[in-house]
Ligand binder design. Structure first.
Ligand SMILES: [Zn+2]
Length: 296
């Protein structure tokens, strides 16, 4: 297994310092192991993607001193890969159509369903009668596609968050508007790009069992994972616009350079002291995943 890593932002807004911190950690993991670092734009949610953010995000990554290997890929150009993965799942009898609305799922999911976590899809459309199916097919609503996961239990060792276990529900792999879901695309792309180490924000920790389950069904070697705690605002909440200057441009307006921001991020990772100016190469030399885990 390679130690190749990646940063995979969605071009739906300006990166904030929390995103940049995650990008830096992923870069440090890869570069400290002499591995490749790729950038992939996760732009399948076409309603929210804006063209200007592709360049702006790359510009901000470069500004804090990160470099990457090869061309930046866009998920929107890789639909054929997701189609063929979907066909593999379908040929294995693992796909079914779901006509449920969000409100219907919320209502159905509030009742207990064996092992499934709260809020998980309870499997309403999994075993429809021929008549129920015909009724739904006759309606105007297009179905989403879900997997049959049979409430599989998945455990893994996260390099930062430690031992993790989860139950996999029948999650969506293609939305009812036709867009491929994050869980499918990320697994297919990481597999196709040879990613050996997924370093990303802790908000994605809960979705990891689903992705590992998919890897297994698609014959993809699962990468290792390291989920980085998200930067918190002074009020303890996840960093957001209301916390003031959170982007490089906003920091620049306050007189802080991109190098200053990198210093701040490095200090938040326990590398170097505040006020100590380290180059990206020096950060790589000082980086230790073990130390980061202990600091987290
Ligand atoms: Zn359903």
């Amino acid at each position: 297994m390679s130690a190749d890593g990646r940063f995979a932002p969605s071009p739906t807004g300006t990166l904030h310092v929390g995103n940049l911190r995650t990008a830096l950690v992923a870069w440090l993991f890869a570069r400290s192991q002499d591995a490749r670092y790729l950038v992939r734009m996760e732009d399948l949610d076409t309603g929210r993607v804006r063209e200007r953010f592709y360049d702006e995000q790359l510009h901000d990554l470069a500004a804090i001193g990160l470099d990457w290997d090869g061309p930046v890929v866009r998920q929107s150009e890789r639909i054929a890969l997701y189609e063929s993965a979907l066909e593999v799942l379908r040929s294995r009898g693992l796909i079914y159509e779901c006509w449920c609305t969000r409100a219907e799922i919320r209502e159905a999911a509030s009742a207990p369903h064996g092992d499934l976590p709260e809020g998980a899809y309870p499997g309403t459309c999994r075993e429809l009668t021929a008549r129920e199916r015909a009724e739904r097919e006759a309606g105007a609503r297009r179905p989403a596609l879900r997997v049959r996961a049979d409430a599989a239990r998945v455990a893994f060792e996260d390099r930062l968050a430690g031992h993790q276990e989860g139950v996999v529900d029948d999650f969506v792999v293609r939305r009812n508007d036709g867009a491929f879901a994050y869980n499918l695309a990320v697994v297919v792309d990481d597999g196709a790009q040879g990613i050996g180490e997924v370093v990303r924000g802790a908000d994605l920790l809960d979705s990891t069992p689903r992705q590992l389950w998919l890897c297994d069904r698609l014959g993809i070697v699962a990468p290792r994972h390291a989920h980085v705690a998200l930067v918190l605002g002074p009020d303890g909440a996840r960093l957001a616009k209301r916390h003031g200057a959170v982007t490089l441009a906003e920091r620049a307006a306050q007189g802080q350079s991109a190098d200053d921001v990198r210093d701040e991020l490095a200090a938040s990772l326990g590398i170097g002291a505040r006020g100590e100016h380290l180059t990206p190469a020096e950060l790589v030399e000082r980086f230790s995943a073990t130390a980061l885990r202990q600091a987290a």
